[in-house]
Design a protein around this ligand. Sequence first.
Ligand code: SF4
Length: 379
Amino acid sequence: MNAPAIPIKTVEYEKPSEGASCVAHAWARTPAPVSPAEKEELKERIRRLLREREAVLVAHYYVDSDLQDLAEETGGCVSDSLEMARFGRDHAAKTLVVAGVRFMGETAKILSPEKTILMPDLDATCSLDLGCPADEFAAFCDQHPDRTVVVYANTSAAVKARADWMVTSSIGLDIVKHLHEQGKKILWAPDKHLGSYIQKQTGADMLLWQGSCLVHDEFKGIELDLLKAEYPHAKVLVHPESPANVVEQADVVGSTSQLIAAAVNMDADTFIVATDNGILHKMRQAAPGKNFIEAPTAGNSATCKSCAHCPWMAMNGLRNLAEVLENMNNEIHVDPAIGKDAVRSISRMLDFAAAKKAKVAPSADLAQEAKLFQGIGPA
Ligand code: SF4
C-alpha cells in the first residue's frame, strides 16, 4: 500500500470543529426523555402529520427505537444507508423525513432532487464526514489521478461529487473486488478501518484516507477477548468500521442489515455485538428469545466517546420529528451542480447492487437470500 503524498489532517472528534459539529453540542441537543403519556401523544401526532403531509419516514437502525417502530408502522423504512437511499428514491411520496444523520438526508436529496427532504435536526452529522473536508480530499485525489476514487456513503455531497463510486458497508467489498478484478487501483475514503478490512479481503491496491467513526473506533480487542471467555458459546457480530483487532475476532463481519440477518439465521442464542447499540432494538425484534450483549468500548468511564452510541444519531427524537413535520422546516438543500456530479457515483452503486441482485440464481441462492432477510423489515 502506498503512503499518502500529503499529510492527512487528524481530527479530534470530541471537538472536530467549533460550534454545531462538536460532540458536546450533539449531546446537549439530544432530546429530553418524554413521559409515557407524552410519548403516545407525540406518536399519534406524527402518524397524523405523516398522512396529512403525504410524507414518509425513513429511519436508520441506530436512531431511537420509537422512531424505528413508527417508520415501519407508517409504511416507511428502517434500514441501513444503502436501503434508505434506494427506498427514498423509489417511493412515490413527495416528502421524505430522514431520521439519521446529515449525509443520509443529502443522499436522499441527490437521488430525488424534486422531493422535499426534512430532518429532525440538521446539525446531526458524522465523524467520518467531518474528517474528510471536500477541499482537502479534492487535493488528495488530484495527487493520485491514476486511481479510481471510491468513497463511503458517510461523506458530504461535495466529496461524493469528486468520487467515481460511492459505496455503503453492505456492498463496498463487492464493488472494490469488482474494480480490483478490472485491474484498477483504488483511492479510498474516509474510513481507515473499513478500507483496511476491504483491502485485506480483496488484495486490492488501496490508498486509504485516515478517517474513523467515533463510535466503532472505541471497541476494544483485549476487552472483547475477555468478554468472549465469559460467554464461550456466543457468536461475535462486528461492523467493519471497528478496529482490526476487533474485526479479527468476529464470527460475522458486515453492515447493519447483514449483522441483523446473521442474528436471525445463525444457530446460536447469544451474540456479542460490536456496532452502535441502537441496532439492538431491531435485533431483539427480529430474533426474539436470543441474547444480545454490547461489545466493550473504552471501559466504564462513560465518556461521550465510549458509550457505543452515536451522539448525532441520538439527536433524532419524537419531539423534533413532530415539530419538523408540523412546520415543514429543517429542509436539506444540495447545490444542484454538486448534486449532478454526486448522483453519478451513487447511481453506479445502486446499479451495481441491482445487477448483483438480478444475477442471483432463482434456485437455492434466492431461497437463501430470502431466508437471510426474513423478519428484518424492508431490507
Ligand atoms: S455511528 Fe459513526 S459512522 Fe455512523 S453516523 Fe455516527 S459517527 Fe458516523
